[in-house]
Design a protein around this ligand. Sequence first.
Ligand code: MG
Length: 161
Amino acid sequence: MTDLRVGFGYDVHRLVEGRELWLGGVLIPHSTGALGHSDADVLLHAVCDALLGAAGAGDIGQHFPDTDPAWKNADSKVLLSSVMKIIGDQGWSVGNVDCTLVLERPKIMPHAPAMRKVIASILAVGEDAVGIKATTNEKMGFVGREEGVCAYAVALLRRPV
Ligand code: MG
């Protein structure tokens, strides 16, 4: 018997000049980058929240507050690893995650294999258990005006009963 839990995560960051664009643990060459206290990797943050949500373990803001200097410019791969420790301590392992990025530019799919590799490695799953999808916002709203980038993620956790 296996206990299964599903979790959902959402995140958004502003896009500004003079910042690096980290998405899914990969540095993406682009004219703007995401603004945030950490490296502002919106995709990894959404995955963190999906995992924490599935485990009923709060959210990323509770565990890594943006008022804490420890997380200033933090590598979000380290945050995701810390989340894996939190849920692992409760006996959970990851079944799969599925993510959608929403941004106008640049094209994401050329970078998706690298993102899957990074995320699969941290989550201790096969790359086939990491879905990366991307869409534009059809030039509508703040994403359409390239003022920001959004990410959505779902995660399945399992634990022996
Ligand atoms: Mg964030």
